[in-house]
Design a binder for this molecule. Structure first.
Ligand SMILES: Cc1cc2nc3c(=O)[nH]c(=O)nc-3n(C[C@H](O)[C@H](O)[C@H](O)COP(=O)(O)OP(=O)(O)OC[C@H]3O[C@@H](n4cnc5c(N)ncnc54)[C@H](O)[C@@H]3O)c2cc1C
Length: 394
């Protein structure tokens, strides 16, 4: 049976950053990934990195391509009533900025660098199961190309996302689950067209939210609010562009460029947290433990923040037999997770069309008051900036 110190399930941002941070401190790990390398390097997801995420990647020599190709952002645009309002978050928050860099590019960088440093990784690892989590020597069983493998570890890191096996390996009753589906969903669109803006746009419109995000000089990302469970078939390309044109329109003649749609899908929104993020020697990190509504672009950043805390805690245990970091792992991460849940939920209700129903008119008036306050008040802008760019110490 093969042996390692940390068996990491999942080669997403959480698992790969954890592997690198551990290796920098001389702690060995092996990463097991269900999908092929080309699949994870092409999977389109997030794209907005907090300054703290970028700083961490830089400090560990993982940001060379990100720095060369990522775009620095210092402000965001809110639109309502056809008017544009810029929130200069970098000015409001000590110069801290964000970087736009596609998640699949970051994952590709992390995998390339991991393989280059001789790190262990198995792609297309099937039927992963976790054993002996409450004992001293947990074991991961899996199969590659039909052949069964066993990996003995000191610790297991469950970094396998919302649909992975790690969380489900914890006995029912050992976790408290907080789960709420929101009455919103997004049609996510990737289009081959130069962006029509220099900064991300969040538009609150009577027909529903529209977002114009950035990816590169030739590819743009858009989001349109729709109903949960709406099939993507009800969104032909012509309807997507017509809705984007309507919802993003301004009274000052701003123009939206159109181009071929490369990818589109519907994503439901939920707030989900399990507590604690640990069972025996299994530690959950990233989407395996929590999902935030995507409006504040926080999921990837939270996954990296968990990986940092977990790496520090394991290193202290392995190098100094100090178990305090591991004992505090869940509480340390959850403080940030709940802060980010609250902000992501607040921002989601701020920019989406409130669904019809009892109290909807009142909520819409309150939403308008919040939007106007946020755009007029430097204090409100500073609070938004701190949360959007990422609170340094939670
Ligand atoms: C469609 C979509 C769009 C998103 N858009 C945004 C956005 O715009 N902004 C934002 O901030 N966040 C967004 N997110 C969220 C963000 O991408 C995630 O929060 C982030 O990927 C979390 O990283 P992670 O490493 O925890 O999990 P993941 O990136 O999900 O990585 C988990 C890895 O584990 C692997 N895995 C799963 N099961 C197994 C198994 N049984 N065995 C082995 N490996 C397994 C998966 O293949 C995957 O590679 C989006 C997510 C989705 C799904």
């Amino acid at each position: 049976m093969a042996r390692t110190c940390v068996g990491i399930v999942g080669a997403g941002p959480a698992g790969l950053v954890l592997a690198h941070l551990l290796a920098d401190q001389g702690v060995e790990s092996v990463v097991l990934e269900r999908q092929s390398r080309s699949h994870v390097e092409r999977r389109v997801r997030a794209g907005l990195l907090e300054h703290r995420t970028v700083e961490l990647l830089e400090a560990h020599g993982l940001a060379e391509r990100l720095r060369a190709r990522g775009q620095v952002h210092r402000g965001v645009e809110l639109r309502f009533d056809g008017r544009r309002h810029r929130i200069a978050y970098a000015d409001l928050y000590g110069g801290r900025h964000m970087v736009v860099y596609a998640q699949q590019e970051l994952v590709a960088d992390l995998i390339r660098l991991w393989i280059a440093r001789g790190g262990g990784i198995a792609f297309e690892a099937e039927r992963v199961t976790l054993h002996g989590l409450e004992g001293e020597r947990p074991e991961i069983r899996y199969a590659v190309g039909g052949r069964g493998e066993r990996l003995a570890c000191d610790f297991v890191a469950g970094c396998d996302g919302f649909h992975g096996v790690s969380r489900g390996s914890i006995p029912a009753g050992a976790l408290t689950v907080h789960d709420q589906r929101l009455p919103f969903a997004w049609v996510g669109v990737l289009a081959e067209v130069a962006p029509s803006t220099d900064e991300i746009i969040y538009a609150n419109h009577a027909r529903g939210f529209a977002g114009h995000m950035l990816r590169s000089s030739t590819v743009s990302r858009f989001y349109l609010q729709t109903e949960p469970d709406d099939p993507i078939e009800s969104w032909p390309d012509e309807r997507i562009w017509a809705e984007l044109q309507r919802r993003l329109a301004t009274s000052d003649g701003w123009k939206l460029r159109e181009g071929p749609v490369l990818e589109k899908n519907v994503t439901d929104m939920r707030s989900f947290v399990v507590e604690p993020m640990q069972f025996g020697r299994l530690f959950l990190a990233g989407d395996a433990a929590h999902i935030v509504p995507p409006t504040g672009a926080k999921g990837l950043n939270l996954a990296v923040a968990d990986a940092r805390v977990l790496a520090d805690a394991i290193v202290r245990q392995v190098r100094a037999s100090d178990s305090s970091g591991l004992a505090a792992y869940s509480d340390t991460c959850l403080r940030r997770v709940w802060r980010v849940q609250e902000f992501s939920s607040w921002m989601t209700w701020l920019v989406h069309r409130i669904p019809d129903g009892p109290g909807a008119d009142l909520r819409r008036r309150l939403q308008r008051a919040q939007l106007e306050y946020l755009c007029a008040s430097p204090a409100a802008g500073a609070s938004f900036a701190e949360n959007y760019v990422g609170i340094a110490d939670v």
